[in-house]
Write a protein that binds this ligand. Sequence first.
Ligand SMILES: [Zn+2]
Length: 187
Amino acid sequence: MKQKPSLFLDRDGVINRRLPGDYVRHPEDFHPVKGALQAIALLAPHFGRIVVVTNQAGIGKGLMDERDLDAVHRKMQALVQAAGGRLDGIYFCPHHPDAGCACRKPATGMALQARSDFPEIDFKNAWMVGDSASDMQLGHSLGMRTVLIDGKFEDAAALASMTVDYRFGSLLDFATRFFEKNKLNAP
Ligand SMILES: [Zn+2]
């Protein structure tokens, strides 16, 4: 039997609403994108592993700490589970953008860590869903299928020169279309 694919999800702008120019520092600032929780629940049975990969430079900039982020992520997990979905792992890069770390997207460190934790992950049988050029670059670097969620206007110029496999208006849009025969499900 063919192994179920893996799903890599960006967080801000895909699962929760972005706060342009700011970070989601507290659970009360975490507001799901409309339909995103339902989307994860729809997708969950069809993916072997679902992991979040998120750049959280607010930590490296000293605007928040890892305890703040942990509280935000506990809320996210609780909401996802209450809606019938699941997240198998949440990976974050806490570093300042200038730190030159190996984990800040578009670098591949978080995805490689996920595969180290879940060795069944096969990047050739995986999807990267995000709203940023860096998400698409990460997906391309590892041979994943890429799904761009529209909305991050700051990245429009960078994205215009990039090839992505699919484009949707929201995670829910992707989730519902994912099941259309011979459309997205084809290998
Ligand atoms: Zn990092």
